[in-house]
Design a protein around this ligand. Structure first.
Ligand SMILES: [Zn+2]
Length: 495
């Protein structure tokens, strides 16, 4: 397989994965967390550009479904009575909400919370918009900051107090069936999104006690960090059923005049998507960005020699023009620093290919392409070579995805042996899938004896969403109590 060629060093990276991660975000000029407020960072120009490209993919996917999602913008502040309306929802966010209690020096009559998510902002408005079934479905989304008063240790892009990039989609439907179909569309959108970023994922249904507050059920996308094999939740899709509809009195008049409650879904993705891009593809030298989202796809570094400066620079500019006209995001680094320093700088920033052009290359009418992911050097002919670069970028995109997929698959184990489960968890191989019954005691016993927690049920073991499910075959015995069960659960450590 082509992903195997070339070398990738992750030694430094593996030894202290989280340090590498925090360090590289600043060095590569993605985000700067030195602002004097815990869990709040500053997107830098290069990082913002990357963020824009990543979320544009998501926008395009949402805007182009058969019934498109519309991008909207709702207020940030939620009056307390609205937020407190749905009991389960409140319970879920109780300790995480920031409150605005004063306007100037005056105490406010009604406290306002900074949205942790926008159900209670949007749904009172939906009530004004829905009269008959003709007003349905509603499919909206927004990409906004949300706030959580995070008391645990904060982590760049992963556990923050201001989520700067929360894409939340909310939909309203006439029937339960339509809502269920919408959940499937949500899963499809997210799958396509992460495929385009070359990020491997597994999908699971959250345990009941860990679902989104106010949801009937929640489905999560998770990826596994190649460095420490911990899982990271990178997207969620919730079926809200009629829970919020009943709270906010969201009804419509059906064809026969009957008044019915609507059915709702919501699904979210945050800047954790960027964390996944950084961690799935990076190495000791820094970022390694998928060409699809790299702000710069090719950096031209002229190798300047005395007496040849003019000619080399001229040819470099020539090549830059050729590449730009081919739609490649190329840049020429003609700054005053040494070539070595330039190599280091652009490697850290994860530019997929570097182009070297020195006096010997000029003589031979050629230039050298160096792949960031494998270090492979490719010599191309000056006249026609630029045309081959889009193909090389495509290969890098594909190879990064393949490499990440193989790594993730290697850290997923399945067993029905009790001792093996503990052995695997102890060795921190990744996640372990085991048969488990519905008894809370069995789950608790596993969680108590390991650092792992129950993450969810792999989607292939869930009848409603599985292509592989078969009633006959899916008979297991609980790994703890040996009672018959149809369920398998994922055990792992997570962020
Ligand atoms: Zn059991």
């Amino acid at each position: 397989m082509s992903a195997k060629k070339g070398k990738i060093s992750r030694e430094k990276w593996n030894n202290n994965f989280m340090d590498w991660f925090s360090d590289i975000l600043l060095k590569a000029e993605i985000i700067d967390y030195r602002f004097n407020l815990k869990g709040c960072g500053v997107w830098l120009g290069y990082g913002f550009n990357l963020r824009k490209r990543v979320f544009q993919i998501l926008r395009d996917l949402l805007d182009n479904t058969p019934i498109p999602h519309e991008e909207t913008l709702f207020p940030l502040l939620i009056p307390e009575p609205l937020f407190m309306k749905e009991a389960e929802h409140v319970k879920g966010f109780e300790d995480e909400v920031y409150w605005v209690t004063r306007g100037g020096s005056k105490q406010l009559d009604i406290n306002l919370c900074l949205r942790p998510t926008s159900e209670t902002v949007m749904y009172p408005m939906f009530k004004l918009w829905i009269r008959s079934h003709q007003d349905l479905p509603i499919k909206v989304y927004q990409i906004v900051s949300t706030f959580r008063y995070e008391t645990k240790t904060t982590r760049p892009l992963i556990r923050v107090r201001e989520l700067t990039t929360f894409k939340e989609a909310h939909t309203v439907h006439a029937t339960a069936k339509e809502a269920e179909d919408q959940v499937k569309e949500g899963l499809e959108i997210y799958s396509k999104f992460y495929d385009r970023l070359g990020i491997p994922y597994f999908i699971n249904v959250r345990p009941d006690y860990d679902k989104f507050p106010g949801a009937e059920y929640s489905i999560a996308f998770e990826t596994i960090f190649p460095g420490d094999h911990k899982t990271l939740q990178i997207g969620t899709v919730h079926n809200l059923g009629t829970i919020f509809a009943k709270t906010f009195d969201l009804t419509y008049e059906a064809d026969n005049g009957e008044i019915k409650f609507v059915h709702q879904t919501c699904y979210g993705i945050s800047e954790r998507a960027i964390a996944a891009v950084v961690t799935q593809h990076g190495d000791d030298a820094g970022l390694c960005l998928p060409p699809e989202v790299a702000p710069i796809q090719a950096i031209i570094v002229p190798i300047i020699f005395k007496g040849k400066e003019k000619e080399i620079l001229e040819q470099s500019k020539n090549l830059l023009d050729k590449m730009n006209s081919l739609g490649i995001r190329a840049k020429l680094d003609d700054s005053d620093i040494s070539s070595g320093k330039k190599f280091y700088k652009w490697e850290t920033k994860g530019v997929p290919i570097r182009i070297e052009l020195g006096p010997k290359d000029i003589e031979k009418k050629q230039f050298i392409v160096v792949r960031r992911d494998t270090g492979e050097r490719i010599t191309l002919d000056f006249k026609e070579g630029a045309k081959k670069i889009p193909k090389i970028l495509e290969e890098i995109q594909k190879d990064l995805h393949e490499r990440a997929k193989i790594l993730m698959e290697n850290s997923i184990k399945e067993t029905d042996d009790y001792d093996e489960l503990y052995d695997l968890i102890e060795k921190r191989v990744g996640i372990v899938i085991v048969p488990l019954c519905d008894e809370y005691d069995c789950a608790e016993q596993i969680e108590k004896r390991t650092e792992g927690k129950i993450i969810g049920t792999p989607i292939k073991y869930v009848k409603e969403f599985s292509k592989e499910y078969s009633e006959k075959e899916f008979n297991f015995n609980c790994i703890v109590c040996a009672r018959p069960t149809k369920k398998k659960m994922i055990i792992g450590r997570s962020y």
